[in-house]
Design a protein around this ligand. Structure first.
Ligand SMILES: *Cc1c(COP(=O)(O)O)cnc(C)c1O
Length: 396
């Protein structure tokens, strides 16, 4: 696989090494044209006719099919729109409805706070006897028992990059009668995901990380065929209705995955996402995975050799990691600011994690060599020791 071709499809400012695609993917050059065309030729020229004539209303299904091919989901099981937090809420509610005699949602302490907030609030509001049970990531399998209704996990830990074995844990959950909900925020576009083959029941993910859909790009949700016709959507918006333009005062769920739609799709954002997905055409997710593991191995080896002050906070075995690598360093925030000022962009997660994402679509080994030289200098010469680097900004 020649990633020089995919790299040429992104706009990345010169002198920047971009290792933060795990938070926000870079701009696909074609997105600019695609969005400009939509603004002028569709919204501008067609006005409201765009809903019918430009296919805006079918966009969530169209993009769902394309994302489905990247995550091992069969046709008709994925739709796009809303945000990931909302998708988690919808999927969890649907999963819980399917196991009405049980009261426990099992997750791990590494899960992303928004997922946990959504779960906790849902349980508090709708089922006071229910419990969100959190265990350490390595304890998940042992904590599965017959009280568990839903195993809700993020496949790749946002802080450490630790990768759960989806197929294995899904089997274990099913063996004790529980369903699974997988958050693919750091998986979709980063590594091969095989939802149907793993038997996953529900999944959701965002598209602005490794899928490069742009800031605030819409999320996706997957519902396995075995469940979709039984789901009574907790967020019963009009576009999930069987006949939205009948303006029926009573809600009737739409056909199949369409019922997971809620409100008006973000058409402009979806145009950018559509262009971003074009980059994946003809790319094998296995090739992305192999290349990202090679990049991360090189980076870890060199950091350990050149910057012993940084402590690896990700699994050392590449098979147990997603596409990002984290290091603990007590001056991590300031060190990351020093790196960013020198053109190496990663990010920081409290309390002390420096995080670097490796996306072979636009990052190569030469980029890492440059980043490593700069990182070595920042750490060796304590360039982070500058008051300007210690002022915390709103987004870290
Ligand atoms: C990025 C991320 C989110 C963000 O949710 P939004 O609603 O899109 O802001 C949620 N969960 C996980 C696991 C994430 O990594």
């Amino acid at each position: 696989m020649d990633f020089a071709e995919t790299r040429a499809q992104f706009y990345i400012p010169e002198h920047i090494v971009y290792l933060d695609g795990n938070s926000l993917g870079p701009l696909p050059i074609a997105a600019e044209r695609r969005v400009a065309a939509l603004l002028r030729e569709e919204w501008g020229a067609q006005l409201i006719a765009g809903w019918n004539d430009a296919g805006w209303m079918q966009q969530p299904a169209r993009l769902g099919e394309r994302i489905g091919t990247l995550i091992g989901a069969p046709p008709g099981t994925v739709t796009v729109g809303e945000t990931l937090s909302i998708r988690i809420y919808q999927a969890l509610a649907a999963a819980l409805d399917r196991v009405p005699d049980r009261k426990v949602v099992l997750s791990d302490t590494g899960n992303f706070p928004s997922d946990l907030y959504m779960a906790k609030t849902y349980l508090q509001r709708f089922d006071q006897d229910a419990e969100l049970r959190l265990v350490a990531p390595q304890e998940v399998e042992a904590a599965l028992d017959e009280s568990v209704a839903v195993l809700m996990l993020t496949q790749v830990d946002y802080r450490s990059g630790r990768l759960h074995d989806m197929a294995h844990l899904t089997r274990a959950a099913h063996a004790c009668g529980a369903l699974t909900l997988w958050d693919l925020a750091h998986s979709a576009g980063a590594l091969p995901v095989a939802l149907a083959a793993a038997g996953a029941d529900f999944a959701a993910g965002c598209t602005y990380k490794y899928l490069n859909g742009g800031p605030g790009a819409p999320a996706f949700i997957y519902v396995a065929p075995a469940h979709i016709d039984a789901v009574q959507p907790v967020l019963s918006g009009w576009l999930g209705h069987r006949a939205p333009f009948a303006f029926d005062p009573d809600y009737r769920p739409g056909a199949g995955i369409e019922r997971m739609r809620v409100g008006t799709p973000p058409v402009i954002a979806m145009a950018a996402l559509e262009a971003a997905l074009d980059v994946f055409d003809g790319v094998d997710m296995n090739d992305i995975r192999d290349a990202s593991m090679a990049l991360a191995e090189y980076f870890i080896d060199e950091v350990q050799r050149r910057c012993p002050q940084l402590i690896l906070a990700s699994p050392r075995d590449p098979a147990l990691r997603g596409s990002q690598v984290s290091f603990a360093f007590d001056q991590g925030y300031a060190a990351m600011q020093a790196l960013i000022e020198r053109g190496v962009i990663g990010d920081f997660r409290a309390p002390d994690i420096m995080r670097f994402g490796f996306a072979p679509l636009y990052i190569n080994r030469q980029d890492l060599t440059r980043a490593l030289d700069i990182l070595e200098e920042v750490i060796r010469d304590e360039l982070w020791d500058n008051p300007a680097y210690k002022v915390r900004r709103a987004v870290t």
